[in-house]
Design a protein around this ligand. Structure first.
Ligand code: NAD
Ligand code: MG
Length: 394
């Protein structure tokens, strides 16, 4: 039998990855020590009732008092209400509580970096969905993990696939990664067609059901750019070793060419619960209660196809490659500019192609040459970049 009495802290519990993590928790009967969310206290209250965490954290003190009222209405007594923390400190508290076995990092964006660093500093393993933390602070995160003997377990489906393939090889030795991409909702569009893209069109992803930010990142293909940087850190490789392969069926979750020329792939119908579950149970692989049985004869699987990404129409991949080659603050600036641009697009203040124009503009205007930024410098650069971009659209 599998010993899976793991105690989890789930950062971003109300999001797409957070909710699916809780499905896995329910299935495997794991225990939850802490849950966090930014503002969805209605859902958080339901999660508290079911999973009974010792502590939770929400965005503001006002939300914390609303949460207490909500829990009282739902019949919880004072002693049954978990300890409630708030803001950035609350996230760090949730990530570093005593007695945790694993922190699930499922916050979206740079805000997840500080609690991830805090968890690693406490020696806790981190299941990492929050790719922006590795993009903005890759060297800091990887270095802290190795100094504290803490593991970073990939949750992003492509990185989980690569990791699963590489575990078949001593020392993770390989020539090349084929990073698969669905191509997003605008695969095959030309530049003129992309000018006319609306917000609701961009939020429709063909194969995955995800949070708003990553849905837009998939539409611009910045998601794949961020994933190139994520893979460079997780698997200690150069960006030239990573080839993006558009694979619209999303059946193959990525492939690795080994040094002897053999190519390994991990495949299955798209289901984020699988990489989430593997990051939690690793190195065990307990049988799954639900079963998304693979059928190679199903219409989506019987004909697998591969295309080159058109980088002249979708410039995000090239921008990300430039950022990681440049190093220093460049990936942090790329990420911050993208976060700001996606926010403006979600507020319908800019057009779809302006997302890339904003990111490219910030990259070109790089203002400093710091090579090994610490957290404070990253934090300053992130917020400074976002504020400057957003000011232009007030
Ligand atoms: P989401 O928007 O659905 O959920 C985000 C969660 O983070 C929510 O619980 C929200 O309350 C919390 N949050 C947001 N901003 C916060 C802030 N400033 N402070 C504290 N908490 C905050 O996002 P998601 O789709 O679950 O994605 C989460 C992360 O996982 C992202 O980095 C995304 O790129 C990555 N990821 C997601 C998927 C997917 O299928 N959804 C797949 C691979 C990777
Ligand atoms: Mg992915």
């Amino acid at each position: 039998m599998f010993d899976l009495h793991k105690r989890l802290s789930i950062l971003g519990a109300t999001g797409s990855i957070g909710r699916q993590t809780l499905e896995v928790v329910r299935e495997l009967n794991l225990s939850v020590e802490a849950l966090t969310c930014n503002s969805n206290i209605m859902l958080l209250a339901e999660q508290i009732l079911e999973f009974k965490p010792a502590a939770v954290s929400v965005g503001t003190a006002k939300l914390a008092s609303e949460l207490i009222s909500l829990l009282q209405i739902k019949g919880l007594t004072k002693s049954e209400i978990p300890e409630i923390f708030t803001g950035k400190e609350g996230l760090v508290t949730a990530a570093t509580m005593p007695g945790i076995d694993l922190v699930m990092a499922a916050i979206v964006g740079f805000s997840g970096l500080e609690p991830v660093l805090a968890a690693l500093d406490s020696g806790y393993d981190v299941a990492l969905a929050n790719k922006e933390t590795l993009v903005a602070g890759g060297p800091l995160v990887m270095d802290l993990a190795s100094r504290n003997n803490a593991r970073i377990l990939p949750v992003d489906s492509e990185h989980s696939a690569i990791w699963q393939c590489l575990n078949a090889v001593p020392d993770y030795r390989f020539n090349k990664i084929f990073l698969t991409a669905s191509g997003g909702p605008f695969r095959g569009f030309n530049s003129a067609e992309l000018e006319k893209v609306t917000l609701s069109m961009a939020l429709q992803h063909p194969t995955w059901n995800m949070g708003a930010k990553i849905s837009i990142d998939s539409a611009t293909m910045m998601n794949k750019g961020l994933e190139i940087i994520e893979a460079c850190h997780l698997f200690s490789c150069r960006p030239e070793q990573i080839e993006v392969v558009v694979h619209p069926q999303s059946i193959i979750h990525s492939m690795v060419e080994l040094e002897d020329g053999s190519v390994l792939a991990q495949l299955g119908f798209p289901d984020m619960r699988l990489p989430i579950r593997l990051a939690i149970t690793w190195p065990e692989r307990p049988p799954a209660a639900y079963h998304n049985a693979f059928d190679p004869f199903a219409p989506s699987a019987s004909e697998l196809s591969f295309e080159r990404a058109d980088e002249s129409v979708f410039p995000a991949i090239g921008l990300a490659r430039d950022a990681i080659k440049d190093g220093g603050l460049s990936p942090c600036i790329l990420n911050a500019a993208n976060e700001a641009a996606v926010k403006l697009f979600l507020e319908e203040k800019i057009s779809f192609p302006e997302i890339w124009q904003i990111v490219a503009g910030e990259m070109a205007a790089k203002r400093t040459n710091i090579t090994d930024p610490d957290y404070d410098i990253l934090n300053f650069t992130h917020h400074d970049t976002i504020d400057r971009i957003c000011e232009r659209y007030l």
